[in-house]
Structures are given as C-alpha cells and as structure tokens.
Write a protein of this length. Structure first.
Length: 373
C-alpha cells in the first residue's frame, strides 16, 4: 500500500458525497481511504456505505474531536505516504499521482504540498491560495510574520517523517499546524504550484478564525518550542550585550504578534522588553517599535534617529517608517543599508519584495492574471 488518505468526518453529509467521489476517482489507485466517523448523527453513515469500494476502511467512534479522529486514522494506516483530507474539500483527479511522483523522485524530501483553489458552498471559485517552498531555516520567521507557510490540507507526507508523533488532542484550533510544526519543521519539502486541492470556505469553517484566544493556544505551543535566539536571530547574540539583545528581541516579538492579530498576547513580550530597556538607546528602540506597531512612523523616526550607532536593525526599521510614509526611495536606501551590514538578515529582503509589489506585481506565469479585471 503506497498511500493512506485519512478523512475525519462529523455530520458532513452536505458535501461528503462530492468529497468521496473526488478521492475514489483518483488516477493513482494504490491507496486506502480511512474514514473516521466521529459520532455523526446525520446521513454521513448512509453516504459512506453507498460507496462499495474495497479501498474504503470505515471506523465509527464516539465523538472525540477531529484530532482524535486523525490520530485514529494515522494509527490504522498502512501506507508509506499519508494524506489528510477534510470532509468538505475536493481533490483534483491527478492530485495523489502528482504528489506521489514528486516524493518518489526526491527521496530526500519528507513532504510535498500544493496550491489550492478556494470554493464556496456551491462549488464556485472564490479565490486562490498559493505558497512557496520554505526551507527549514526560513520556517520560524515565516510563522511569526504570517502563520503556517503551507496549505496544510494540500500535503502528502512520508509516514516515516512523523516518527510516531500524533496530533495534540487538547487543541481545538490550529491542531494541524501545531502537529506539522512539531513533526516536520526541520524537514525539507517540495511545492507544486498547481491547485491540486479545492478548499471549501463556508460559514462553519470561517467562524473559527475569529476565536483569537483559541488560535493563540497553538501559536504559543509553537513559539515555546524555540529559544529566543532562534526566534530573533538578527540580534547580535555573539557580539552585543545580552541585555541589549533581549530587549530588542522581545520588542520585535511584540511587534510580530501584534501584526499577526494577537495584540493582547504580544503585550507579555512588550513587558519583558521593558524590563531590559535600562539604557537610553534601548528605551529609544522600544519606544520606536511601539510607534511602528501603532502605525505612527513619524513618531518612531524621532526615536530611531537618535540611536547611535545605527546598525542593521535600526536601518531596517527606519526603512519601515519610510515605507509607511510611502517614501519608497528612502525606504529602499534603508533596507539596502541593513542588508549590506548583515547580508543574512531576511527581514529587509521581504520588505524590498513588498516595495516592488507595491509599485507593480508581475508574474512570470501570465495565467495568474489572465482573467484579472
């Protein structure tokens, strides 16, 4: 058995038939479909049993949550590769074939992932989610700035990469992201820039995004697995005083979390930064970050311009202030100064990307914009 597709479902009768058809009609046929029915009370059981396909392995359990259902599926799987599939999403006919081929062709890669077409309750296209190949050393910063760098539902993973890890059943939100981080954050991946999965957006799965407290629980777990040096490597940990590095690092964590939509949770890092802000330059830096976080670039300038010497981090955040004021040329100069001082500092590279896209975003592949108004 090459592939195990694990599909947890709870009261999924509205979209389940369409989902199962998309899986069972794959051009790649060497797979098992493990359906874990998590105590459904609607027509889910009837729909599943209407399919007479020997590749289906049906598990019925008392309602225990999606993570428990996925874990049950993992433990019951026989495949060399795993796919996790939600009960309302739709796989393209060649999805398994393409993902499997890429993993077979690249034995050093632990998982493959793709882009996704967003669809609504009526199967109408409503958007497109693209991603990129993220190397393990880029993962931490991407997660702090944006969130998970992968379309989690689009992945095919070598089962051996999980090393018997299971999903955290205490989490109600972000459980898949926390699981992937714990099991795969140091793994290499390959990205397929095709919409191999149709991800359905509807009222019941959009509402979870408003539960910030629940969302931050898994973010906290992921952050706590890293050292402060891993989270904020741009601080000069080997050269500068520890107090300076800690003040700056905690201030930047405050900024990252605020920008991700977790202002309350970011306050704890601000308070830690404040404890280490015992010198005038550190107080100036902390005040500048607070004003940047509040979208007050002119006030932030007043503090950044008095910090001496002006190192790569100060140059970068001066560049951010110029960018917020739409002074692209001055912003460019500051970001370039930061990169020249610290070539491995990725934050200004991302901001240069933003500057360029702000002026004009061009795809080498014109199909991305072929129907754009």
């Amino acid at each position: 058995m090459k592939v195990s597709c694990i599909l947890p479902v709870y009261n999924g009768d509205l979209y389940l038939k369409r989902t199962l058809e998309s899986i069972l009609n794959q051009t790649f046929t060497d797979f098992e479909l493990i359906i874990v029915d998590d105590g459904s009370t609607d027509r889910t059981n009837e729909i599943i049993h209407s399919f007479k396909d020997p590749r289906i392995k049906y598990i019925k359990q008392e309602q225990s949550g999606k993570s428990n259902a996925r874990n049950r599926g993992i433990q019951s799987s026989c495949g060399e590769f795993l796919v996790f599939h939600d009960a309302d999403d739709v796989s393209m006919p060649n999805r398994f074939s393409i993902l499997h081929r890429h993993l077979e062709d690249h034995p050093d890669v632990e998982f493959a992932h793709s882009d996704m077409l967003l669809i609504d309750h009526a199967d109408h296209p409503i958007g497109y989610w693209s991603t990129n190949n993220i190397t393990p050393d880029q993962y931490d910063r991407f997660f702090l700035r944006v969130g998970t760098p992968f379309n989690n539902g689009s992945m095919m993973v070598r089962k051996s990469a999980f090393k018997e890890e299971l999903q955290d059943e205490s989490l109600s939100l972000g459980e898949d992201t926390e699981f992937i981080d714990r099991a795969l954050n140091k793994s290499h991946s390959i990205h397929i820039a095709l919409p191999l999965l149709q991800y359905r957006r509807h009222s019941s799965n959009e509402s979870v995004n408003t539960n910030h407290t629940g969302l931050f629980t898994h973010v906290r777990k992921i952050i706590d697995r890293r050292t402060i040096q891993e989270l904020v490597p741009e601080c000069s940990w080997n050269d500068a005083p520890e107090e300076e590095c800690l003040c700056r690092a905690y201030a930047l964590l405050f900024l990252f979390l605020l920008r991700r939509g977790f202002p309350k949770e970011g306050q704890s890092y601000f308070l830690q930064a404040k404890q280490y802000a015992t010198t005038p330059p550190l107080k100036l830096f902390l005040f500048s970050i607070v004003h940047i976080a509040s979208n007050q670039p002119m006030q932030a300038f007043k503090y950044l311009n008095h910090i001496s010497p002006c190192d790569h981090i100060v140059h970068h955040y001066r560049g951010e202030c110029y960018a917020l004021l739409k002074d692209w040329n001055q912003a460019y100069d500051c970001f370039m100064k930061a990169i020249i001082l610290r070539p491995d500092y990725e934050e200004p590279l991302h901001r240069l990307k933003g500057l360029g896209c702000g002026v004009g975003h061009h795809f080498i592949d014109p199909t991305y914009a072929i129907y754009k108004n």
